[in-house]
Design a protein around this ligand. Sequence first.
Ligand SMILES: Cc1cc2nc3c(=O)[nH]c(=O)nc-3n(C[C@H](O)[C@H](O)[C@H](O)COP(=O)(O)OP(=O)(O)OC[C@H]3O[C@@H](n4cnc5c(N)ncnc54)[C@H](O)[C@@H]3O)c2cc1C
Length: 422
Amino acid sequence: MKNKRSPQHSVEWNSGRREVLQSLGALAVATAASGCTTFAAAPRKSYDVVVVGAGVFGIWTAYKLHMAGRRVAVVEAVGPAHSGASSGGESRVTRCGYGGKEIYSEWAWRSLSEWQALSARSGLPIFHPTGVLWVHTQPSELVQASARVLSRKNIPFTLLQADELRRRFPVMRVANDEAGFLEPAGGALMARRAVQSLASELKANGVTFLSGEVSPIRREQGENGALAAVTTKSGERIDADQFVFACGPWLDRICPDAMANRLFVTRQEVFFFSVDAGATGALPIWADLPFYGFPSLEGRGFKVANDTHGAPANPDTVDRRASAAGEEEARAFLARRFPSLAKAPLSEMRVCQYENSSNGDLVIDRHPGLDNVWVVGCGSGHGFKHGPAVGSHIAELVAGTAKPRDPFLIASKLRQQDRGVQ
Ligand SMILES: Cc1cc2nc3c(=O)[nH]c(=O)nc-3n(C[C@H](O)[C@H](O)[C@H](O)COP(=O)(O)OP(=O)(O)OC[C@H]3O[C@@H](n4cnc5c(N)ncnc54)[C@H](O)[C@@H]3O)c2cc1C
């Protein structure tokens, strides 16, 4: 990762380091004052847990650990949800329909109330309750399986036939054999704002944020299978009892023993089109795979993106200018589904990256070789919404009250892509 540290972060780093030095100094003074030599347990580490990476997974992990009473430090190379991070976009969909992948329906539903609570205590909205609509040709196995799971879990949804879709959302062109699966409780998460708001909240509550790029870890660094400390590229050492690496598209570089050749980073383009207020009526967020999009939120524009995995990408050097070909594809899609918007002027473009596992399942597991290190990531284009549930699960793993579980195990991830989660 390129070093893009800002002066503001250096100040935070220095104040964090000062805290470390102060606590070590206090320990020395206390030992000297007691006037006796003790052979008690090793000195207490500066932190219970160090979380590396302040994207959506790192920040919710820090939050849950902090709420559980742990002394937490977050180490971040650039800044929470910065432009190059996968959590740095404007908006993310939250929905519970996942076909038969029940764990994600459960986690998305459980996370939703935490997002709503964060939104309610923040100055600006973090959750927009737009609803989420899957448009599909009947019959759809994915929709049928989603309906079964959501019914079982009492998560609300409605099935809409073509004429009802046309009546409610006249901006959409709908064929007679098409239908809609509407999740009224779903909506949009304001991604960057969400991560940065939670980071501010944690800072205000005394969680330490340190700026620095942590050097890669290798199993050989372990003493009796445990990591004692991480070091930053500028030579700072940070001790803790446990470590969580939540480094998004950089995860394979920093934890190569766990993730080398198991992370597939792809380039994804997103387009926003200028539309008049009210032009799309009560249209919710919609998915018409491989395309999906949002009504204009906060005046940003009608968002359209293609969920097909793009070219392999290096998050440090990927070309962040969207292509004319991508815009043409998006317009061709609009002409089919939202004909009145096909010629809308472009208001913004963005290039982001998905950090995919081989099959789309997240990774949340112990490092293979370092017992006190946890590896989390591979949001695979759908992970953002699960941030609160992921944080809770890691807090349980750290506490030893849960075990790493399927489908998040590193060993279950292949070195070849075969996407299985939509
Ligand atoms: C275009 C797009 C659309 C998406 N749509 C959705 C959606 O609709 N719904 C949904 O739920 N999800 C969606 N996702 C997926 C989701 O946004 C990501 O999976 C998620 O944000 C990944 O978060 P993360 O914390 O793993 O990684 P990141 O946000 O990338 O955070 C990783 C952090 O680690 C830091 N870091 C890395 N290496 C180091 C180091 N050595 N030392 C210190 N710090 C380091 C980085 O600077 C970065 O801040 C989408 C993603 C994209 C790109």
